[in-house]
Structure formats: structure tokens, C-alpha cells
Design a protein around this ligand. Structure first.
Ligand code: ARG
Length: 506
């Protein structure tokens, strides 16, 4: 396998050898991805470090060259970090940029040996797998942050009830905390899906080279160890061609964004004068340039809007992958912009919503009044009363339906009907059915998962225990990922290495 040994005068392009003309400027501009994949520089350099160390340890390059490469990579990394790095579309992508700059710093000889036994095809697969691992860890952290905010809000909403809706028609009273905990459950599944997907991203592809595997005695396990990967890829063609680990992240992100979008829709409704149940604090609310009185929940609207964009990224990638023959195709370069935007959108959305919910003011009296002033919201409870007295539910349903009709004629509420009124429809009504209270209705839903105050406070405590949530803080920036924060992935590394040796893998 030939190294990328371009002459010092033209250290740039990686593949000029067999061409008589340089690519047209239009081609360079069209094929370049550096504006997007520059974001991968940390991962790209970490991968190169591990690769160089392994090449030296295996005697494939000598240790002086490896030393030079490692020192040079440090410099390239700090140049990119400080923003003093020159971007040149002739150099296509981040991999070429790093190598070209390395070549300027340490000379083409040593720098040219770094690409031994490696192709950009396995290199980019490595970088994006590392990116996805980080994105998963940060996304899970951000989901937990939003859950913590929901728990905090639920605790502050103690005793607040409001109408629960079906078909956006008032149905039955529920505790606000119960409604908020519904989102906590959805987010729990979102986090589980993300954690579960980690193992499938956590596979080290380097050594696959262009597609057929490298022609050198590599220690792929050593590279996996250094980069904290749980496993090495088992098939070189799969390793350079597959992006399902990205699709999986996008799918999980899309589902999470859709769940969050529904929360946002509720928040937007609740923020309206018609509902008036809840309001974000001033710092998390925006105004209108023309209507001085406006308080707009723009954060929630943007989150709802951006959920559509994330669904689009998933559709975009799946469509890109759909017709691709094995192995690498340049189409795959298009995986990154959607991935990066998804991670930024998801993590940013979860983060800002958590902060906004922590500032939210709950208008409990207003919420309760919507129930208290509704003439029929306890209709089911009247039917349940009869059923408890032995009346078949279907019959009880009909009885209460006629009572509702009677109330409509008299323009009154079910609670206003006298014992006589009730008994005229059914003799099973007793005095305790007159003027049934919301509290009674709530308390009677005392089934596991129901809205009875007792059940909800148990659920709240259980959620706190289960998630072991830290008290929600002002700065809940997710911690930087590290091997310790990685989700559990089954076999431990020693077991896996033993199994790999048994299979004769290097
Ligand atoms: N920029 C490319 C990508 O993101 C890297 C791999 C390019 N490989 C190639 N043979 N052109 O997919």
C-alpha cells in the first residue's frame, strides 16, 4: 500500500500521482467538506495518535517518526483550537488538512508515514463513530437534565389540577404533576434508546483501510483500547460502508425531538391567555416588535419547529444510504451535516427547555378554576358512582348522559343537581352523590399509574430514586464524555479480548 508521499513543494492533495491536471476549481468547491467536517478535528487527531503509536509498537514505522508525528499532531491540534488554522478547499476534508499541515511541520517523510495501513475511508468511519459516541453521552445527559427540570416543576405544582383532554376536549381532571410525569416517562424511553444504541456505535473500524483490510500486521485491539472502544469491527467492507449507527442516532434523536415537541405544544397552549396555566420567566420569554403587551414562548415554538428538521435529517440519511452499493461511496460524505446539526439541535433544545422550565411560573388557581367551573368534567365519576353501586357501566353511562342533557336544559352543572334530580334518573344514587368534589374524583383514581395524589407522589419519589437526579442546577451543561461516563455495553473488555483472541483476531 503506497503512502501518501507527495513532494514537499506540493504537500497538499493526497492523490495527485496519476493525474495530469489539477481538479477544476468548481470540482474542488463542490467536493470539499472541510467547512462541515472541521468539527471532527479532535477525533481525527486522537485517531491519528493511536494509529501512529500502534504502527510504531508493531515496528511498521520507526519510533523517531512516530515521535515526530505525535509532536506535530499536538501542534496541529492547538492551531485548530486557537482558530489560527488555514482552510483550503483544495484539501477537501479534515483528514487531508491535518495531514497536509503535519507535513509542513514535520516534513513530508515522517508525515507521509502516518497514512500507512490507513485510508480515509476507515479514518472517517472512525471519526464519526467517535463523534456519535460523544453525541450519545451528551444527549443522554441533556435528557436527564430536562427530566430533572420536569421533576422540579412537578414538585412545585403540588395540589394543582387541571382538565385532562382527549380530542382536545375537556375529559377528566388530572394533577398537573401527573401530566408532567407523562413526559418524564417518554424521556426515560428516549434515554434508554440512546444508551442502548451506544454499543453499536462503539466499534473501532481502523484497520479496514479502503475496504479490504490493511496489508500490515496491525494491533487493532491496541487502537481500540487507546480510543476507548469496546470492540473492533469484524468485517472491513461493512466497517467502511455502514452508517446505520448514525441513522440510529438520528432516529433516536428524532423520536426524542418529537416527544419534546409535544411537551412544547402543551407549554405553548398553557402559555396562552385561554389556558393561562404556566408562563416561562422573563429571561426565557420573548417579546413582539410591534405589540408591546406580548409574551411569546418562542423557545418552545422553535423546539417544535426544529423537531421537523431533525426528522428530515433522518429521512435524508436513510434516503442517501438506500441505493448505495458496497463499499465506500462519496455519497457517504453527506452523512455529517445532518448528524452534526441533529446533535446540536437535540442537545441545545433539551438544555434550553430544562432551563426555561426551571423559571416557569405555575398559575395553580387558574388551572384549578378551569376544572371547578366546568359543568360536566366529573361526568365519568357520576357513572363510576352508579357502577360501584352495582349498576352495569353501560347503563350508568346512559343515565349520566341524560343527567348532562338535563343540566344543559337548565343551564346548570352536574354538581347543582339535587338528590331528587339524580334519583329520578336512577334510584341507586345516594346523598353522597350530590355535589361530588374534584378531590373525590382525583382520589378515586387510585390505581397504579393513576392520577390520585397518593399515586402521583409515589410516582414522583420513584422517578427521583430511579434517575438518581441531582437537584436541577442553573448550569446543567452535560459533562464531557469519558470512558467512565459511557453507558454499559455488556461484555467487559477483558472478556471481549479473550474471545477475540480465541477467534484468532489480531
Ligand atoms: N470526506 C470523506 C467523507 O467524509 C472522507 C473519505 C473520502 N474518501 C475518498 N476516497 N474520497 O466521506
Amino acid at each position: 500500500m503506497a503512502d501518501a508521499g507527495s513532494p514537499e513543494s506540493e504537500p497538499q492533495r493526497l492523490w495527485g500521482g496519476r493525474f495530469e491536471e489539477a481538479p477544476d476549481a468548481l470540482v474542488q468547491a463542490y467536493t470539499s467538506s472541510i467547512q462541515t467536517d472541521l468539527l471532527l478535528f479532535h477525533h481525527d487527531i486522537a485517531g491519528s495518535r493511536a494509529h501512529a503509536r500502534m504502527l510504531a509498537a508493531q515496528g511498521i514505522i520507526d519510533s523517531t517518526d512516530a515521535e515526530r508525528i505525535l509532536k506535530g499532531l499536538d501542534q496541529v491540534e492547538s492551531e485548530i483550537e486557537s482558530g489560527g488554522f488555514e482552510i483550503n478547499h483544495e484539501l477537501e476534508d479534515i483528514h487531508t488538512h491535518v495531514e497536509a499541515r503535519l507535513s509542513q511541520i514535520i516534513g513530508a517523510d515522517a508525515a507521509g508515514r502516518l497514512h500507512t495501513a490507513r485510508s480515509r475511508n476507515d479514518q472517517v468511519a472512525l471519526d464519526t463513530r467517535m463523534f456519535v459516541r460523544d453525541a450519545i453521552v451528551q444527549s443522554v445527559g441533556a435528557v436527564r437534565g430536562l427530566q430533572a427540570a420536569l421533576i422540579e416543576l412537578a414538585e412545585r405544582s403540588d395540589g394543582v389540577y387541571l382538565p385532562g383532554y382527549t380530542h382536545l376536549q375537556r375529559a377528566q381532571p388530572v394533577l398537573l404533576a401527573h401530566h408532567l410525569l407523562a413526559y418524564l416517562e417518554m424521556l426515560d424511553r428516549d434515554a434508554e434508546r440512546l444508551v442502548d444504541s451506544f454499543a453499536r456505535a462503539d466499534i473501532m473500524p481502523l484497520g479496514s483501510a479502503a475496504l479490504a483490510g490493511a496489508a500490515y500486521p496491525l494491533d487493532r485491539e491496541a487502537v481500540a483500547d487507546e480510543l476507548g472502544f469496546e470492540a473492533v469491527s469484524r468485517n472491513s467492507i461493512d466497517a467502511v460502508s455502514s452508517r446505520d449507527y448514525i441513522a440510529e442516532y438520528l432516529a433516536n434523536a428524532a423520536i426524542c425531538m418529537v416527544n419534546v415537541s409535544r411537551l412544547c405544544e402543551d407549554v405553548i397552549l398553557w402559555s396562552s391567555a385561554e389556558f393561562g396555566v404556566l408562563q416561562f420567566g422573563d429571561a426565557f420569554t420573548t417579546g413582539s416588535s410591534i405589540m408591546p403587551q406580548k409574551r411569546n414562548p418562542d423557545i418552545a415554538e422553535l423546539a417544535r419547529g426544529r423537531s421537523g428538521k431533525v426528522v428530515g435529517h433522518l429521512t435524508g440519511l436513510l434516503t442517501t444510504l438506500k441505493g448505495l452499493p458496497l463499499a465506500y461511496n462519496r455519497d457517504l460524505q453527506e452523512d455529517k451535516s445532518g448528524l452534526f446539526d441533529t446533535a446540536e439541535t437535540l442537545i441545545g433544545t433539551l438544555h434550553v427547555l430544562a432551563r426555561a422550565l426551571l423559571t416557569a411560573q405555575v398559575h395553580g388557581a387558574r388551572a384549578r378554576a378551569m376544572v371547578d367551573s366546568d359543568p360536566f368534567i366529573l361526568a365519568t365519576d357520576y357513572a363510576d358512582y352508579l357502577t360501584r353501586a352495582g349498576v352495569p357501566f353501560r347503563e350508568a353511562h346512559g343515565v349520566v348522559g341524560r343527567l348532562v342533557k338535563l343540566c344543559e336544559e337548565r343551564n346548570c352543572a352536574l354538581g347543582d343537581l339535587s338528590l331528587d334530580d339524580l334519583q329520578r334518573e336512577h334510584s341507586a344514587f345516594g346523598a353522597d352523590a350530590v355535589g361530588m368534589t374534584v378531590q373525590f374524583a382525583l382520589e378515586s383514581r387510585d390505581v397504579l399509574g393513576g392520577t390520585a395524589p397518593k399515586q402521583v407522589s409515589t410516582a414522583l419519589e420513584a422517578a427521583k430514586q430511579r434517575l438518581q437526579l441531582q437537584p436541577a442546577s442553573q448550569d446543567s451543561t452535560p459533562a464531557a464524555p469519558s470512558p467512565e461516563t459511557r453507558p454499559e455495553t455488556g461484555l467487559n473488555r477483558a472478556q471481549r479480548r479473550a474471545a477475540a483472541r480465541q477467534q484468532g483476531r489480531r
